[in-house]
Design a protein around this ligand. Structure first.
Ligand code: NI
Length: 191
């Protein structure tokens, strides 16, 4: 296992659509090693998730995990470690909410965008077991953010550009109001 370098916006790999991983390939040391590296790299960087493109690989593998106290995203409900291979997301209904996001591959920028409030997510775990789950609220947003990466999409593509801010200005001008909103999202949708 290794902490890998996280590539940043402008690197073409972030704009590639990652390719599906075959089940026998999933069992290979290369893909299992990539999964270990994604887990370790996310933990070292305090992200809420990490997708393969962000370490320069174009396989459809992403991880999501939020500890009880995540220093970057203190308002997010915990997410147990989830390894997603070939994830598919579809919205459950038309409801959306506005959320402020950041990204390890977009240094020092946050912004507001819309996410589906409830999603169905299907994926294989690292053992090839199939999962079919409903996720909602901020956790659904995190899953959408990670699967976007596998499609070459970054949160800035979806953000209202007038809301973009550095983390310092987020802290100064947006954080208090957004954390109120985030708590309301958690109360309304759970996770
Ligand atoms: Ni990201």
């Amino acid at each position: 296992m290794a902490v890998r370098e996280i590539v940043t916006i402008g690197d073409p790999v972030l704009r590639e659509r990652a390719r599906e991983v075959a089940v026998d390939e999933l069992r290979s040391p290369e893909v299992q090693g990539l999964i270990d590296d994604l887990i370790e790299t996310r933990r070292a960087a305090n992200g809420a998730g990490l997708a393969a493109n962000q370490v320069g690989e174009t396989a459809r593998v992403a991880v999501a995990e939020v500890e009880r106290t995540n220093p970057r995203y203190p308002y997010k409900p915990p997410i147990p470690l989830t390894v997603m291979v070939n994830p598919l997301i579809e919205p459950v209904d038309d409801e959306t909410f506005e959320v402020n996001e950041g990204c390890l591959s977009v240094p020092d920028l946050r912004g507001y965008l819309e996410r589906h409030a409830r999603i169905r997510v299907r994926y294989l775990d690292r053992d090839g077991e199939e999962h079919d789950e409903i996720r909602s609220g901020l956790t659904a947003g995190t899953f959408q953010h990670e699967v976007d990466h596998l499609d070459g999409v970054l949160f800035v593509d979806r953000a209202d550009p007038r809301t973009l801010s550095t983390w310092e200005h987020y802290e100064r001008h947006q954080r208090a109001e957004f954390e109120e909103r985030a708590h309301a999202i958690v109360r309304r949708y759970g996770s």
